[in-house]
Design a protein around this ligand. Structure first.
Ligand SMILES: *Cc1c(COP(=O)(O)O)cnc(C)c1O
Length: 471
């Protein structure tokens, strides 16, 4: 007998619990990346085993090889991209999710997944201050949350012209205009591409090199469009954590009869604190909103959420029917509201983490991150060899190293590029670079519940240290 056996479970779980505990005990301090991580990652290669090694052996190998191949992105000193950690409650719930292995796309297959999901989504809607009555759904992440919101918008645009896009396709429709600011995220462009609206047709209106919205130009462009259009507002762009003026865009959408989608992958969490709530004012007037769970909510990958004002548009965009799908119409079937059909019970981790920490716990976490971002900004401003490039409205600080006596812009960019390269190998902190207003810059994002003052201080210190060594 070489297939899976019941007797393996105890040994596999004991091993995983023991090793995971040791890993998480070390996660605050362990290096961000093993210098040989790539080699360990390549070590997974090999021929398909004719005879397997058994569960325990396979998991032991996975631990031996996999942990050194991993990056400590669930730890407090990972500031690259926008990558959250996992709260203890979310971790416990996620493990349970896999053990129970519910297909939460179908109520009669998994009332647990459906129910926890519905409650979790409603709690989130309330947390974000979105109106009751909106429909919501889980997806794999922010990209698909944008896809879902924009799909509802596409359906709406079609219906304005008497076309059911899901039934009839796009062939009989004029192109659907999609407009945004220069802050539009690459994955919103991807969603537009996947929807057949043409990534290359997106028009952006910006008045500066950072990409800030030119409201008047957007207004004028919408005025020239005959028929429905989609406007994408960006709640939190990834270079400096800045926001489009959502209220003004809601005014324009209303005046010109356009669909307003808000990409709030991480920025929607500004709604959780009275200190940052103003940044998302107007989001409640949007037609659809997308956000991420695996960023600032600190639940595991892969969790995103989409909210749509008109439930019928969401159902219309993703409904399915088949003779064997027998669940009573009265119970909600997640698969009728998402691109995916069968799906993991993502709602368990969301429910558990909100149950565990509540509105207050999440407000405190967001505010702690706002404080940490201001702390970084203050330390950057105090350092003679650092230069801040943007205001810090939320949780991202955009700055660069500024070597003494070097004036050539290309030389300054080059030093920052080299620090950016070096820092990933250094292993004490992890942070990425971007180009902001034409300048190579760092853009640490603070979204992990574990991150402390000492962690952000180390980030600034390491950049200065590497900068002085490399310039
Ligand atoms: C991360 C991000 C996305 C994409 O989310 P995924 O979860 O990676 O699919 C979209 N928009 C913004 C603003 C983001 O920061």
């Amino acid at each position: 007998m070489s297939g899976p056996a019941r007797e393996e479970i105890e040994g596999v779980l004991d091993l995983v619990v023991r090793e995971t505990r040791a890993y998480l005990d070390s996660v605050d301090e362990r290096p961000l990346r093993d210098p040989k991580a790539d080699a360990f990652a390549d070590g997974f290669a090999g021929p398909l085993p004719e005879r397997g090694s058994g569960g325990l052996e396979a998991i032991r190998e996975l631990l031996d090889q996999g942990v050194p191949a991993s990056v400590t992105s669930s730890g407090p000193r990972f500031f690259h991209y926008v990558i959250g950690g996992v709260t203890p409650a979310a971790l416990g719930a996620a493990w349970l999710t896999d053990a129970l292995d519910q297909n939460s796309g179908l109520w009669d297959a998994a009332p647990l997944g459906g129910a926890a999901g519905e409650v979790g989504l409603e709690w989130l809607r309330e947390l974000f201050g979105l109106p009751s009555g909106w429909a919501s759904t889980f997806v794999t992440g922010g990209t698909m949350a944008n896809y879902v919101g924009l799909a509802a918008g596409r359906r709406w645009c079609g219906l304005q012209r008497g076309i059911d896009v899901e039934e009839q396709g796009l062939a009989e429709l004029p192109a659907i205009p999609v407009l945004s600011s220069g802050y539009i995220h690459s994955t919103a462009r991807k969603a537009v591409a996947m929807l057949g609206l043409g990534r290359g047709r997106i028009r952006t209106f910006e008045w500066d090199a950072a990409g800030r919205l030119d409201v008047e130009a957007l207004d004028a462009a919408l005025g020239e469009i005959d028929g429905p259009a989609i406007v994408i507002a960006n709640a939190g762009e990834v270079n400096a954590g800045d926001f489009d003026p959502i209220s003004e865009m809601a005014d324009l959408a209303e005046r010109h009869g356009a669909w307003l989608h808000v990409d709030g992958a991480f920025g929607l969490f500004a709604a959780l604190s009275p200190r940052s709530r103003h940044l998302v004012d107007g989001v409640e007037r949007a037609h659809s909103v997308g956000t991420d769970g695996h960023k600032w909510l600190n639940v595991p990958y892969d969790t995103g959420m989409a909210f749509v004002r008109d439930p019928e548009l969401l159902d219309g965009a993703f409904s399915v029917t088949a003779a064997y799908l027998t669940t009573a119409e009265s119970r909600s079937n997640l698969m009728r509201r998402t691109p995916e059909s069968s799906q993991r019970a993502r709602g368990l981790a969301v429910w558990a983490t909100l149950r565990a920490y509540g509105r207050e716990g999440y407000r405190e976490m967001v505010e702690a991150h706002l404080d940490l971002a201001q702390r970084v900004a203050a330390r950057v401003d105090d350092a003679p060899d650092l230069e801040r490039l943007a205001e810090v409205p939320l949780n991202i600080v955009c700055f660069r190293y500024r070597p003494d006596g070097v004036e050539d812009p290309q030389a300054i960019d080059e030093v920052n590029r080299r620090i950016g390269h070096e820092i990933l190998a250094d292993g004490r902190v992890y942070v990425g670079t971007t180009t902001y207003e034409g300048k190579v810059a760092f853009r640490p994002a603070i979204v992990n519940w574990r991150t402390r003052e000492e962690d952000v201080d180390l980030l600034v210190d390491v950049i200065r240290e590497l900068g002085s060594r490399l310039s």
